[in-house]
Design a protein around this ligand. Structure first.
Ligand code: BTN
Length: 268
């Protein structure tokens, strides 16, 4: 399968879709870059305003949590970084991750009708495979905390384009539906929803997002192997708490709160 560029983002169309919105008032579009997160961080240091949007057709060093690589084939996915309009301390990053995941989950469900789910802490899943990952990084600039939200969305990647090691872990909107999706529309709708949900979060707090999460949570029927700083433990997912941390039930029936970790389903 060739990785030829069939489409590149139509930035004029995106500007029209985003007309009047505060997110995306400034757009930087790169054909190829190492990571849109790094570009956005550089622009932040140079004084960029909240709402800045950095897009790339392809990345050589796209990254996820825990330094994992983000597969970024040319022209088929969305690789974006946004300077958030959320002036809150860095400790709220886990909550903001869930707010952003909720915004993207709602938009993708609405546009595609796919049963897309939120997998704690920062992934979107469809049919037990990852379709999107969200990364929020905090920076201190002029003594103030700022957040750069990175999102990788597998839109038009063909299933056979994924490398062997991702075949049963990753999928795309196109692989699931057989059709190509409009990346500009997804970006614009996501930024619009993100703006609305962050405003809701800033005015009402996190409580409503616990309800949204309960509605859309990826809920495995089987126990999960949870990779935590204390080692791998077998748990059942229970809820998220008021900080956005995951509450799990251990095999002995007791409950534990996990602040950082990743989980995989035990398929055996
Ligand atoms: C994860 O799965 O842990 C998060 C993945 C985030 C990937 C996106 S792609 C655009 C932006 N630039 C990066 O280097 N990472 C994020």
């Amino acid at each position: 399968m060739g990785h030829t560029l069939t489409h590149k983002l139509d930035i004029e169309k995106l500007r029209t879709l985003l007309d009047g919105r505060s997110y995306g008032h400034t757009i930087q579009h790169h054909m190829l870059t190492h990571s849109t997160q790094d570009i956005a961080a550089q622009l932040l240091r140079e004084g960029a305003a909240d709402g800045l949007l950095v897009l790339a057709e392809s990345q050589t060093a796209g990254r996820g949590r825990h330094g994992r690589a983000w597969f970024s084939p040319e022209g088929t996915g969305i690789y974006m970084s946004v300077l958030l309009k959320a002036r809150v301390p860095g400790r709220y990053a886990p909550q903001l991750t869930i707010v952003a995941a909720a915004a993207l989950c709602r938009v993708l469900r609405r546009l595609t009708d796919i049963d897309i789910r939120m997998k704690w802490p920062n992934d979107l899943y469809a049919e037990d495979r990852k379709i999107s990952g969200i990364l929020i990084e905090s920076y201190t600039e002029a003594g103030k905390n700022r957040f750069i939200l990175g999102a990788g969305i597998s839109v038009n990647v063909l299933q056979e384009q994924y490398p062997e090691w991702l075949q049963d872990k990753a999928t795309s909107l196109r692989a699931l539906t057989g059709k190509e999706w409009d990346r500009e529309r997804i970006i614009a709708d996501f930024l619009t929803e993100l703006d609305a949900l962050i405003e809701l979060y800033l005015s009402e707090g996190f409580r409503v997002f616990r309800t949204i999460w309960e509605t859309y949570a990826w809920a495995p029927q089987h126990p999960i192997d949870m990779d935590t700083p204390r080692g791998i433990i077998r748990v059942r997912q229970h809820a998220i708490d008021e900080d956005g941390a995951l509450v799990v039930q251990l095999e002995d029936g007791s409950y534990m709160t996990v602040y950082s970790g990743s989980m995989s389903v035990d398929r055996s």
